[in-house]
Design a protein around this ligand. Structure first.
Ligand SMILES: NC(=O)c1ccc[n+]([C@@H]2O[C@H](COP(=O)([O-])OP(=O)(O)OC[C@H]3O[C@@H](n4cnc5c(N)ncnc54)[C@H](O)[C@@H]3O)[C@@H](O)[C@H]2O)c1
Ligand SMILES: O=P(O)(O)OC[C@H](O)CO
Length: 375
């Protein structure tokens, strides 16, 4: 007996929504994609191409685009939401009247909501109260997926039906879907890596080398997992695709919008110029502010994120910040093996006179250290 075709709804007409819609259609699902822009709807239905966000890639012709959210959600078993975090809640609210508890709702958005520091799956939970909720995250540059480059992602959910159905619906010859039940860790991995992608782009534009990039990525991973553990996530998640996997791709590729924002700033553009030139979402710009505020509230040491925050919003030159960071506390490599506090204690015990601990990267410290570093 032939298996029944799965109905999939994709909310979002940007690059990731478009890439995901094509995967599901390539895999035999009936896919409807919702977007606001009627011109884009017409173009996708007639030319099978998203000329605004992925102009150089053919979409599966079976994807039906529509600006009517009710039509798109009707009969959908799986709903994939690819809307930037700033608009995520409003779109879920607009969709709510046509969502049903038996549907599987999956956020693909890598951002944080300012009010309450909520991740998008938490917004979904708040708005719907449903139980089949998950997130997708991993090293997933939309244009490479649209080009059918071999790619893997993670579906994370406490609900096994959500994990299994997403693996069945999206897993195909060019897209592998791994499962996790650490939804919070996977979602945080996706959101946090954007911060360090901006820093990596900046470092590349400033001519910093591969040792620097490697140090930045590895210390970023330490910082991300430290923050995530304080938020209740499993540190082991950061060894997976949604942790180190996504960090590698976004810190190395100029296909990453966050990396491109950093690169443009490293070339001398202002943040506003860099974001305007992009014309697409770079979630890391907003995330760094929210994460620094939360880290300070929870007393989590995040010198790279704090440093980037000062560069983006306080006008501190990136070179100067790099010098300051190089003069910061020399700490433990892997804190889950040798705790940072043990290294600090050893420094205190062996210091001829007491040193003050350098827990925060402040603007004052930047000016004090200016010129004195060895980055
Ligand atoms: N592009 C990627 O490679 C990629 C990969 C993985 C995850 N993501 C994540 O997916 C999310 C979406 O990213 P994207 O790349 O598709 O963004 P994008 O900038 O390419 O497109 C965003 C889409 O959202 C729509 N949108 C914005 N505000 C809206 C609103 N109020 N109502 C309805 N639609 C609205 C835009 O019109 C556009 O169609 C982001 O959080 C991003 O981090 C992106
Ligand atoms: O283009 P970015 O920087 O939003 O990154 C896209 C994806 O998150 C990469 O996995």
């Amino acid at each position: 007996m032939a298996e029944q075709q799965t109905n999939v709804a994709v909310l979002g007409g940007g690059s990731f929504g478009t890439a995901l819609a094509s995967i599901a259609a390539d895999n035999g699902a009936r896919v409807r994609q919702w977007m606001r822009d009627e011109t884009l709807v017409k173009q996708i239905n007639q030319e099978h191409r998203n000329g605004r966000y992925l102009p150089n890639y053919a979409m599966n012709p079976a994807v039906e685009a529509s600006a009517d959210i009710q039509t798109v959600l009707a009969d959908a078993e799986l709903v994939l939401i690819a809307i930037p975090s700033k608009a995520f809640r409003s779109v879920v609210q607009a969709a709510k009247a046509w969502l049903r508890p038996e549907q599987i709702l999956v956020s693909t958005t890598k951002g944080i909501e300012q009010e309450g520091f909520l991740l998008m799956s938490q917004v979904l939970e708040q708005e719907t109260g449903f139980s089949h909720i998950g997130v997708i995250a991993g090293p997933n540059l939309a244009s490479e997926i649209a080009d059918k480059q071999l790619t893997a992602t993670v579906i994370a959910s406490a609900d096994s039906l959500t994990r299994t159905r997403v693996q069945q619906v999206l897993g195909c010859r060019y897209f592998r879907v791994y499962a996790s039940d650490d939804r919070h860790g996977v979602e945080l991995g996706g959101a946090l890596k954007n911060i360090y992608a901006i820093a990596a782009g900046m470092a590349a534009a400033l001519g910093m080398g591969e040792n620097t990039r490697s140090m930045l990525m590895t210390r970023a991973l330490a910082e991300m997992s430290r923050f995530a553990v304080a938020q209740g996530a499993n540190p082991m998640t950061f060894l997976g695709l949604a942790g180190v996997g996504d960090l590698i791709v976004t810190c190395s590729s100029n296909l990453s919008r966050n990396y491109r924002v950093g690169y443009a700033m490293g070339e001398g553009r202002t943040l506003e110029e860099a974001v305007d030139a992009l014309g697409q979402v770079a979630e890391g710009v907003n995330t760094v502010k929210l994460v620094c505020a939360k880290a300070s509230e929870m007393d989590v040491y995040m010198p790279l994120a704090e440093g980037l925050n000062h560069v983006l919003f306080d006008g501190v030159p990136a070179q100067e910040m790099a010098r300051t960071l190089m003069m910061g506390e020399q700490s433990s490599d892997v804190e889950f093996i040798l705790p940072r506090e043990a290294v600090q204690q050893a420094h205190r015990d062996q210091a001829p006179h007491n040193q003050t601990s350098k827990n925060q990267v402040s603007k004052d410290q930047v000016s004090k250290n200016n010129g004195g570093g060895n980055a």
